[in-house]
Structures are given as C-alpha cells and as structure tokens.
Ligand binder design. Sequence first.
Ligand code: SAM
Length: 434
Amino acid sequence: MNVADTERAATGLRASGYDLCASEQEADVVLLNTCSVREKAERKVFTRIGEIRSASEGHKKVVGVMGCVAQLEGDSIFQQSSTVDLVVGTRATDRLASLIKRARDGERKVMDLAERDPDDSWDVSPVERHSPHIAFIPIIEGCNKFCSFCIVPYSRGRERSRPANLIVDEINSLQRLGYKEIHLIGQNVNSYRPRVETGLEGFAGATPFSRLLRAVAATGMPRIKFTTSFPRDFHPDIVAAIEANENLCDWVHLPVQSGSDRVLKRMRRGHTRSDYLERIARIKSSKRRLALTTDVIVGFPGETAEDFQQTLSLVEECSYDSLYIFKYSKRRGTPAADFDDTVSESEKTERFLELENVQRTSQEKVYSAYIGRTLSVLAERQSSRSESDLTGHSTCHKVVNFAGDESLEGEILNVLITEAKTNSLYGTIVNSRA
Ligand code: SAM
C-alpha cells in the first residue's frame, strides 16, 4: 500500500513540474513515506530525518513526512524533529504539490491531515510504477475491523471502496500498456463494498468482492492477484471465482494472527480457530491447488505457552506456503496498549524462532513438492545472484529463478522446477511462452 501511495505521489508531483532525482543529497524536497504498523518502523523515520539533514548541510531543502506516522502524530512531529517542514496525512497525497509550495514559499510547519477530496485522482503514471510488468491497484482503503492490536483504522480511517468501473478501466489501460500482472490491494480487499454498482452489472457473485473478481477477470489481464483478505469476510465464492477464471491467480493470503481462541477473542478478530479452519478447508479442497500464506503475531499480551502451542499446531495443520511472523508491538491508542504486556521480549524472540522453525520444516515439504512441476512464471528482471539468470514469480506467488537473458523480461514463461530452496524455486524454461 505504501509503494502504491508513493507511485501516486510521484505521479502528481511530476505533473506539477517536479522531477525525481537519484539521491537525497541533491534533492530540493525529500518526502518520507511512513508506516506505523509496528513501533520500529515509526522510530526509523526520525533516524532517517537526522541522516538526511546531516548529509545535506549547506543545501536548503524541504523535508516532509507523509503516510501513517504523519497522520497519527500530526503536529507532534514538528516537536520531535524541529527540522521537519511538512506533515502530510494519508488522505492528502493529491495535495502534496500545493503543500510543498507553501513550505518552499517560507511557511513554517505546513500540515494537512484532512480527508481525501471527492474528485481525487487515482492515476498512476507508468513511469512511476515499481515495475514495467506488474501494477498495484488499490481497490479499498482504510479498515473498519478495529482488531485490538492494530493501528490501521486510526492511521488510514474507515473503509472506502473505489467504484468497480474505475478499477476495470485502469486494468484495461494497463493491459494496453503491456502490463502482465496486477495486484488488487487493500487492508482487507474482500471487504470491498462500493457505494455504486457501476462496473459490476452483469457479474454475479455472493459478495461485491467476488463479483469484482469476475469483472476484473473478464478484462483478460493475464495474471490477477489480490491481497490482503480478512478471514471473517472470506466467502467461499472467492474460491469459486478463482476456479472459474484461470487468470485469477492460485494464491490466497489470509492472516490468522493466532491459533488460540482465547487470544483471537482478545485480539477482537471476529473469528475463531474453527471459523478460520473452515475457510482453509474450502481453499484446500479447491480443484486448483491454491497457495496459502498468512500473518501471525507472537507474544500478544496475555499469550500463554499453551496459547502459543495452539498457534504452532494451527500452522502445522494449515501447511502454509509461507508465513510472515511479527513480534507483538504495542501501538499507542489501540485497545491492546492498555492490556498487561505479560510476554517478555526474550519470550517473544523464543516464540518467533520456534514458530519460524516449525514453518521452515513444513515449507520445505511444500516447496519440494513443486520439483517436477511446470509453473507459469512472469520473468521480472535479472537475478541479483547471477547475470545469466532471470527471476520472477509464479502464479502461486513463489520466487522462481531460471537461466535466461534480458530479452525474455516481461514474458510469461513455462518453467520446469528442478530444485527447491526454503524460500525460492529454481528451474528451466520448457517453452519460451506460457
Ligand atoms: N488487514 C489485515 C488483517 O488484519 O488481516 C493485515 C494488515 S496489517 C497492515 C499486516 C500485518 O501486520 C498484520 O496481519 C499483523 O500480523 C501485523 N501487525 C499489525 N499490527 C501489529 C502489531 N501491533 N504488532 C505486531 N504486528 C502487527
């Protein structure tokens, strides 16, 4: 989501006459786009501001903080760092150029934490996209779930869905530009609920999101991925839509956070272990093999050794393709910040490592099972390890490396998997175009 926001910010700024430069030293304006999901990310911002200022002594520049930390901390950023000129909240990206102008004209402490304008542009210029082959498309912003640990509803506000016709139009123009893969993104993509039907007419489905999936599949974009899904809103019709449309990729990211009902309740997730496992059963019983990934928080306040055992057993049972593990980080203003933080830092680290170990064993089995199979891979770029190799992702979102030259970049290729590592696969091209 932050990458997508940066792409939009760069698009708007370039349209206003700004240009991106290669280093922060030579820049007249430096903007830090920030994340506040965990405390560590938040702290890094202030270290970076100090580094930027000291690296550019003598060169007068505007330094701004945008994104989630800006939205949450507001005015207090100016107190914490007297060298910041600009604070730009999560819904003010479209107003960046005029805010920068005010700061450059000499106004001190320029701040905008206001709501998005109704006619805000979602345009992203292809020059600013992070890849010439893959594009991120936000379909929903914000969050209404209020999980007790999570800062997102406060930093990004309530859920707002973009009309389906705008999403479909964007995909059509990306396809004309030669993009091969899009990712529908949002904090909870499957909570998608636009105010208007436009663009969904003629597409049946049990939820607006599964209708959207069918509408975007009909564009013919070769590969469509979506992330993140929220378990409570994960309707089986999503799997039915994937089964009926090959260009909807075979990967679901469904964060569980914990395997213990007691912890899930205190997290206010709105799902139990068995609700979650029911959704997993539908995913696993699909006639397509769907890759499954998740997020887990270890060391949530009050998490006992027994609760943690239940997380371990759930992770083993689900046999995830990949797992993102987070140590609980207290976020000021969230309900969990008032809970007694009973799990020490060293216990959090122990649990993190134990879970990582369990996942590694299970993941090695998952990855080895790909040996001998042919995957459809989008060749994204030269591998950083070897000049004669290319790297890309499969439709099941595995990193796949294979021998090939740059003329194949941007092509979708069939790759026969010959070797599996813990987090990546290696193979050979079996025909040049999938
Ligand atoms: N909306 C998605 C959901 O809740 O299912 C996930 C969005 S969140 C930006 C990404 C991940 O960060 C979460 O799934 C969670 O595992 C982790 N996270 C969020 N708040 C956290 C906290 N206070 N401490 C540690 N990890 C956290």
